[in-house]
Design a protein around this ligand. Structure first.
Ligand SMILES: O=C[C@H](O)COP(=O)(O)O
Length: 236
């Protein structure tokens, strides 16, 4: 069974998100699709969506708090209103654009773990590290597990090479296989690949050894495309 996740990033409105989720839910329901599907809308588009059990709505980010004085952030007090129990942590855009440190990420991880959230935890190397070869790449990736309890039962990993995110450049099948196999040997958790996954390549990528699914940005934002992505992987 393949895991397929859509990260909206800073796209879609509250209205278009609701429509997207409604269409997706209908499709999953009518076609008895077995894939485990996640959608991560913007925080302003969260709601109490009426979805079937294999479609879960998560939050792209939240602060390690219930409530308090953390301007611009949300905590579990807000998430509970919509019964959100899934969170993305460690995404490369938060690490590299928003400058989240490993210790902040670990603190967030610990907090949401203590509450039993399903965590999709992202790891991945920038281009300058990739150029130094597999050994250095793995070294860099393993540092992103500092302070992270990799035995956590509700953990899903997502390997997303930074240079492949939103660039149209997908990692080669060999790159993906090598990194996934090495990570899997160390941490036996579902492991998604992310980075320019598209309708055309999703099946091939999900068929690679030790790839359990995909975390998709750009190519997932049009509902018809996202449905096609699920169609292409439903029998894997
Ligand atoms: O969370 C999703 C990843 O960052 C991949 O984004 P992308 O599919 O636009 O490359």
């Amino acid at each position: 069974m393949t895991i397929i996740a859509s990260n909206f990033k800073t796209n879609h409105t509250r209205k278009s998100t609701a429509l997207f989720i409604e269409k997706l839910n209908n499709y999953l329901l009518q076609n008895s699709i077995k894939n485990e599907v996640f959608v991560f809308p913007t925080s302003t588009s969260l709601d109490k969506f009426n979805t079937i059990s294999n479609l879960q709505i998560g939050v792209q980010n939240a602060y390690a708090t219930s409530s308090g004085s953390f301007t611009g952030e949300i905590g579990t007090f807000q998430l509970n209103e919509f019964e959100i129990k899934t969170i993305l942590i460690g995404h490369s855009e938060r690490r590299h654009i928003l400058s989240e440190t490993q210790s902040q990420i670990a603190k967030k991880y610990e907090f949401y773990k203590s509450l039993g959230y399903k965590i999709i935890y992202c790891i991945g190397e920038p281009l300058e590290v990739k150029k130094q070869g597999l050994e250095k790449t793995l070294e860099y990736i393993y540092e992103q597990f500092d302070g992270i309890d990799t035995n956590y039962e509700n953990l899903i990993l997502a390997y997303e090479p930074v240079w492949a995110i939103g660039t149209g450049v997908t990692a080669t099948n060999d790159d993906i296989k090598n990194v996934h196999t090495a990570i899997k040997k160390k941490i036996n958790k579902p492991l998604l690949y992310g980075g320019s996954v598209k309708v055309e390549n999703v099946k091939e990528i999900c068929e690679i050894e030790n790839v359990d699914g995909a975390l998709i940005g750009t190519a997932s934002w049009v509902i018809e495309d996202f449905i096609q992505i699920i169609e292409n992987t439903k029998d894997l």
